[in-house]
Design a binder for this molecule. Structure first.
Ligand code: PLP
Length: 403
């Protein structure tokens, strides 16, 4: 059992959250200690805090390739940014009651849209194919004069599959006057973003996915795009988002964005992920990749792999025992086994979806950690295969040598 020693944890769950980078912590620390003023205060101390917020806004804008820092508004998390984008669009033009989104969005968008549907809004759910890819022709066909907003993610949190948002933005712009919202939460810090070149109106991000703390996010609101405030109260953020600014966390998000921009280890992460993924797929006859095989269309840090006929929860528990953190694509309790909505939308067979594991790497992972994860899997998977009630199916997969 290695989980009692956090220094020795092998953390392969960076799409769930990331470690606060030491550089980010140093940027945050003074605002939790001596720099406690309120940025709305008229005195010099308050002005100093305003300076910190201005600087962070510029750092976030630079990381997103936004044209102007004024296009960035700080929020409390990615979920708030997503909810604000969609609800704000609907509130601004109440006569437009149609929303387009996809079947594989994060709950922050998916469950909100399900609720809107129950409230009488019309939602078009765009399907994905078995590799998790979107058909832009279906998007074009779904656009209507009463479409208020199109919301889609840039990178899928479970599979890492990238949606072609630049092209989707063009499709939306050319065929409708709907707003185009992108949930960029999983993409920022992992792939380059150039919002000034994309025709995206609204874009969400979240601090804790890129080495800032949990509890801070931002939304990009393209210049000229009107979005009614979501939180009503004081005049912070130029009246766009009420609530005293979380200066320590805002400073941290700014520092994290700057760190992300300077990061030059993407190729290392990609190489480690590729090795982990390739070795698993070669080693275990019941392993299959979830998401496109075209790695250019996937985040460089994510590998979602199903171990068919095994329980993801058991694999997770064994890896956990060995101090390795991953996620599963299923939620089990005594009464039910629910596989992930994303994998269901991709028509991944139930017997594979139940055994899916998401490995998501980050800047602190090492070659030795990947070796250790592979070595652990080599001992865990055959043991679980032995115990599986689907031994016939597993034997036949092994005989065929492939899934
Ligand atoms: N959108 C995506 C794609 C995510 O992966 C997440 C978090 O996992 C969110 C939104 C929500 O972000 P937050 O945890 O900051 O609310």
């Amino acid at each position: 059992m290695r989980t009692d020693n956090r220094d020795s944890l092998v953390y392969l769950d960076n799409n769930a959250t990331t470690r606060v980078a030491p550089e980010v912590f140093e940027a945050l620390r003074p605002y939790l200690e001596e720099l406690y003023g309120n940025p709305s205060s008229a005195h010099t101390f308050g002005r100093e805090m305003r300076g910190a917020v201005v600087r962070a806004r510029e750092q976030v804008a630079a990381c997103l390739g936004a044209r102007s820092a004024d296009e960035i508004v700080f929020t409390s998390c990615g979920t708030e940014s997503d909810n604000w984008a969609i609800r704000g669009a609907l509130e601004m033009r109440p006569e437009k009651r149609h929303v387009i989104t996809t079947r594989v969005e994060h709950e922050a968008v998916r469950l909100l849209c399900e609720r809107l549907e129950r409230q009488g809004y019309e939602i078009t759910w765009l399907e994905v194919n078995s590799e998790g890819e979107l058909d832009l022709e279906a998007l074009r066909a779904a656009l209507r004069p009463d479409t208020s907003v199109v919301s889609m993610m840039l990178a899928n949190n479970e599979t890492g599959v990238l949606f072609p948002v630049e092209e989707a933005a063009r499709t939306v712009r050319e065929n409708s006057d709907a707003l185009f919202h992108v949930d960029g939460v999983q993409a920022v810090g992992k792939i380059p973003i150039r919002l000034s070149d994309w025709q995206v109106d609204l874009f969400s991000l979240s601090g804790h996915k890129l080495h800032a703390p949990k509890g801070v996010g931002a939304i990009y609101i393209r210049k000229g795009t009107r979005l009614p405030s979501f939180l009503i109260g004081g005049g912070q953020e130029k009246g766009r988002r009420a609530g005293t600014e979380a200066v320590p966390y805002i400073a941290a998000l700014g520092a994290a964005c700057e760190l992300a921009q300077k990061f030059d280890g993407h190729e290392t992460i990609r190489r480690l992920r590729d090795r982990l993924e390739d070795t698993i797929l070669e080693t275990f006859p019941n392993a299959r990749l979830n998401g496109t095989r075209d790695r250019a269309k996937r985040l460089p840090n994510t590998a979602n792999i199903s171990f068919s006929y095994l329980e993801g929860e058991s694999i997770l528990a064994h890896l956990d025992e060995a101090g390795i953190c991953v996620s599963t694509g299923s939620a089990c309790n005594a009464e039910s086994h629910v596989s992930s909505a994303v994998l269901r939308a991709m028509n991944v067979p139930y017997t594979s979806a139940q055994g899916s594991i998401r490995f998501s790497l980050g800047r602190y992972n090492t070659e030795a950690e990947i070796d250790y994860a592979l070595e652990t899997l080599r001992s865990v998977i055959p043991r679980l295969v032995e115990m599986s009630p689907y031994d016939e199916e597993l034997r036949s997969l092994a005989a065929r040598g492939r899934n």
